[in-house]
Design a protein around this ligand. Structure first.
Ligand code: HPA
Length: 269
């Protein structure tokens, strides 16, 4: 089955909570070996879409406590091949200003306390997943092109630095991350992308730049600043998703088919 005829998963991050644009929507609980995840299913432009709030109802789950394995496993078990995840990020470069929408192609992992794999020993054995190109280039390119058509400030490619949070960074950390080659910094991109790759999903992150990183702007960073920029941008994000959803998965990519069986179970996918 081609990826463009399968349902699409959307993981809504900070500020992207409301899938009101889905038609014929319904709520569904998905049981996984890692816990239960709630999704909203529906349709747009003829495409079946499942939406999930990464931070749970009322933004109650902090980045280091998100059940990333349950979320990704649930999407895969729903027959989804293409996943678009939104993330709020700080910019590590003044040339990437607040308001920009960036599609990352690489990541640097500075998280500390998270389970970052489905292959945790046991029946699945030891599995080392290739992470050369962690994000789906086809889905990223399609989102970029649709965003450009809509006149949005798109950036194609960039390195996402993942921190543990929930605190923001020190000014020294932001300076070092920039020197290491990072472009944006956020708290949820890893292990999400790693788990998606382990499942062979065509996964792209749409990072919404909500602020300059700590120390790059005159004033201290606040969560209100992040939420304010998100509120101003969420309409554009919705327009971009609605415009591109029908064709996501059509563009060529190198993601491959993924495992024949879901890890952690003996069931066929
Ligand atoms: N740092 C980490 N996470 C973030 C930021 C930031 O500056 N802005 C939004 N999410």
């Amino acid at each position: 089955m081609s990826a463009s005829s399968t349902p699409v998963g959307i993981i809504g991050g900070t500020g992207v909570y409301d899938p009101a644009w889905l038609q014929e929507s319904f709520e569904q609980d998905v049981e996984t070996p890692y816990g239960t995840t709630r999704v909203t299913g529906g349709r747009t432009g003829g495409r079946v879409v499942y939406f999930m709030n990464r931070h749970g109802a009322g933004h109650s789950v902090p980045p280091h406590r998100v059940n990333y394995r349950a979320n990704l496993w649930a999407l895969k078990s729903l027959g989804i091949r293409v996943v678009v995840a939104t993330t709020a990020v700080g910019s590590l470069r003044r040339t990437i200003p607040p308001g920009a929408l960036l599609l990352s192609d690489q990541f640097l992992d500075f998280t500390k306390s998270r389970v970052t794999t489905f292959y945790d020993g046991g029946a699945d054995g030891v599995v080392h997943t290739d992470m050369t190109s962690p994000y789906c280039s086809g889905v990223g390119r399609t989102l970029f092109e649709h965003g450009q058509t809509l006149g949005l400030p798109m950036v194609l490619g960039g390195t996402y630095v993942a921190t543990e949070g929930p605190r923001f960074e020190s000014a020294a950390e932001v300076a070092v991350f920039g020197r290491l080659g990072g472009d944006v910094v956020g708290m949820t991109g890893v292990p999400e992308v790693v788990l998606a790759r382990e499942l062979g999903l065509c996964y792209a992150t749409l990072s919404i730049v909500t602020n300059l990183g700590a120390g790059l702007s005159e004033s201290p960073l606040t969560h209100e600043e992040v939420l304010g920029l998100m509120a101003a941008t969420v309409g554009s994000v919705r327009d971009l998703l609605v415009a591109s959803l029908p064709v996501l998965g059509e563009a060529e990519c190198a993601c491959g088919p993924g495992p024949e069986r879901l890890p952690g179970l003996s069931a066929e996918v």
